[in-house]
Design a protein around this ligand. Sequence first.
Ligand code: TYD
Length: 154
Amino acid sequence: MTQTNDSRQRPTLATVNADAEPRLIDFHPIGDHRGWLTAMEEGKDIPFEVKRVYVIYGTLKEISRGFHAHRDLEQLAICVSGHCTFMTDDGQRRQEFILDTPNKGLYIKSMIWREMHHFSSDCVLVVLANRLYDPTDYVRDYAEFKRLVQGAKA
Ligand code: TYD
């Protein structure tokens, strides 16, 4: 482990477009002879104000999670151990992201249906969010999700 990076090249908010589709944001691992460290700073690597952090771990074999969208929520999902598959659906396009490194975060805005599959037993998924937990923000019915996104476009 000889590679050394520093944080001088970090993007600023101007280069992190919060309106973009679900997409991976690259962080900047700092490696030295001791190992690795990755920092994420609000306004630089995280394109929103962080109000909540939750962690998904200990997911049992063959269990999938998610199956919902949020009406008004931005999130950044970072797999800090193991791996999982994160599926996003904006009502027209489905995408699959393999999350398997602490050096990338999947940025997801509002009204994106998400499902998480294929968790490794050591998977630890850290999720940052711009709002506190609110059960009324969830859309858990896929048909309702489709109606809402189609209605928003009409
Ligand atoms: P849920 O969002 O349904 O999990 P997933 O989509 O990954 O399957 O949350 C599971 C439970 O945890 C549910 O009872 C709500 C609760 N919860 C909180 O209390 N706070 C939180 O920030 C989150 C994300 C969930």
